[in-house]
Design a protein around this ligand. Structure first.
Ligand SMILES: [Cu+2]
Length: 216
């Protein structure tokens, strides 16, 4: 019985070493830090960022922004713009083989075919109507429908391959790009952007995005 602790000296009754004595406050702060680290780690995986985006919206894009067209998606596929911000949107067609366009609007047009009702050639409601847009740095433009935007063009106008019909939309050849400078109009709410090239196949393949326009 030599190993039995004497009364008053049992292990459980001993004071823990000083460094193990976490106060309640330390515990709460420690948990908060660990929780925050977890959130940051998950943010990297996009889980929290997409959840937060659903609640708070994506970070506001302003100044010079880049939109990349790929086969068949946009990067980014979600943007938030703030009314009154001055923006230059540089659209790049990154495809090596495909033409791509970018319309922004609401209400996709449809047509009835023997295959049923199909997406037609674009949006019925054009975001760019009445917006002052300055176009510049045109390169490898297939055609550019400006619809009812109020346009100014930098450089020789024939480089823009101006065309008519449908919503505002530059269509870029593979490797092409264009800059569009504008002040975000007071048209708040959710808008959509998309590419309707090849009988709207690109749109159906998922070449689309969401634009959230917020008031300052
Ligand atoms: Cu496309």
């Amino acid at each position: 019985m030599d190993n039995t602790p004497e009364q008053g000296q049992s292990i459980s009754a001993q004071e823990p070493p000083e460094e193990l004595k976490w106060s309640r406050r330390q515990f709460i702060w420690g948990s908060a830090v660990l929780g925050f680290a977890g959130v940051v780690a998950m943010w990297g995986r996009g889980l929290i960022s997409s959840a937060a985006r659903g609640v708070f919206g994506s970070p506001v894009a302003t100044g010079l922004i880049h939109v990349y067209q790929e086969d068949f998606y946009f990067v980014p596929n979600y943007m938030t713009w703030r009314v009154g911000d001055k923006m230059t949107m540089r659209i790049h067609n990154m495809s090596l083989t495909r033409y791509h366009e970018m319309q922004i609007g609401r209400d996709v047009s449809t047509e009835n075919t023997i295959f049923g009702t199909l997406t037609a050639d674009g949006f019925l409601k054009d975001f760019w109507v009445g917006v002052h847009v300055r176009a510049s740095s045109p390169y490898k433009i297939d055609n550019f429908v400006t619809n009812k935007a109020i346009m100014t063009f930098e450089g020789p106008k024939d480089l823009y391959q101006l065309a008519t019909g449908g919503a505002f939309s530059p269509t870029l050849e593979p490797g092409g790009h264009i800059d569009l400078s504008f002040t975000v109009p007071d048209k708040p709410g959710i808008w959509h952007y998309g590419c309707f090239v090849q009988n709207a196949e690109h749109w159906r393949f998922g070449m689309r995005g969401i634009l959230n326009v917020v008031r300052a």
